[in-house]
Write a protein that binds this ligand. Sequence first.
Ligand SMILES: Cc1cc2nc3c(=O)[nH]c(=O)nc-3n(C[C@H](O)[C@H](O)[C@H](O)COP(=O)(O)OP(=O)(O)OC[C@H]3O[C@@H](n4cnc5c(N)ncnc54)[C@H](O)[C@@H]3O)c2cc1C
Length: 329
Amino acid sequence: MKVSERVELKDKTTLKVGGIAQYFVETNDLQATASFAKEKNLPIFVLGGGSNIVLPERVLDMVVVQLDVKGSEVLKEDEESVTISVGAAENLDSFIQETVEKGYWGLENLSLIPGTVAGLAIQNVGAYGVEASSYIKSVNAFNIETEMYERILCEDCGFGYRRSIFNTDKKGKYIVHSLTLELSKKPKPITKYRSLKNFKDNPTQKEIREKVIEIRKGKDLDPENIWSVGSFFKNVEVDDLEKYNLSEKVKKSVFKTEDGFKIPGAALIDDLGLKGLCVGDACISETQANMIVNKGEATASQIQELFEKVQKKVESETGVRLTNEPEIL
Ligand SMILES: Cc1cc2nc3c(=O)[nH]c(=O)nc-3n(C[C@H](O)[C@H](O)[C@H](O)COP(=O)(O)OP(=O)(O)OC[C@H]3O[C@@H](n4cnc5c(N)ncnc54)[C@H](O)[C@@H]3O)c2cc1C
């Protein structure tokens, strides 16, 4: 366990916004980390790749933990599938690349999403017609209160759209240590999503990965070049469209779900002409209306103000209340 004091966090996030951690701990010893936090009488905050978080500029009176649990191991394998355990701190995209190279199908549509493998479980990461929960068998998590490890089965993780127990009712209770995933050894291309439809018959895994990367790079979704947390505004799940004042254009972008409808946040924002709206250096992306980008020196409070401005405008015009996808600490 490596403990540092007063560590700047800004550059550990993809938005390049944030203050200072009172204590910054790099570790794979979670028992020692929990004891350290108790001794200091401070809460633990786990920072993964910092790609879904808005950190405040102040000094955080917390023990900020960056895990060092990496690597993967095949637990079981037959002709059909492979069961793999992977460390929570593993870089997600490097791990996906590895699964593509080995011909383990499932995660290729999630290519180029930044952050760590832990994120798969925390917000049930999803993109291009795939959600992580379809491949998660269980989550090995450290319970901060009891200081014991628990194996939480997929069905007990409360997975939904960008949701799990880890970012809702059990938030702050667990440190995700590793995930057990089941991937297919038989080709299972998923190309139902609009932009992947018709690009090729029976694409290989590598072709899907390359296509997804190409699309994402064209949409301000390359974290190397654009500072953001990806989608800032979640799509909105509703059971009835009638109560909302939606334009024909927005109505066309709505998609049907099992329980009702999903209204894309981006369509609502774009329709009201809010692309490019800025508060200081915090701006609504010109290409992806549901993204807030940091054009240079944006602060957490500017980001919050811009978020609330857009939320208010969309709600007053349409009756739809947008919510944030990243955690705003
Ligand atoms: C350009 C860009 C594109 C993106 N595209 C997508 C997308 O298509 N789909 C999608 O779903 N997301 C997307 N995201 C969001 C983000 O990449 C994912 O949510 C990612 O999984 C977050 O992982 P992280 O390690 O960076 O988490 P962080 O941002 O470090 O943390 C996010 C939350 O998870 C908690 N956390 C992190 N690790 C642990 C752990 N080990 N145990 C307990 N809690 C933990 C943190 O405390 C925090 O509350 C995008 C982000 C960017 C910047």
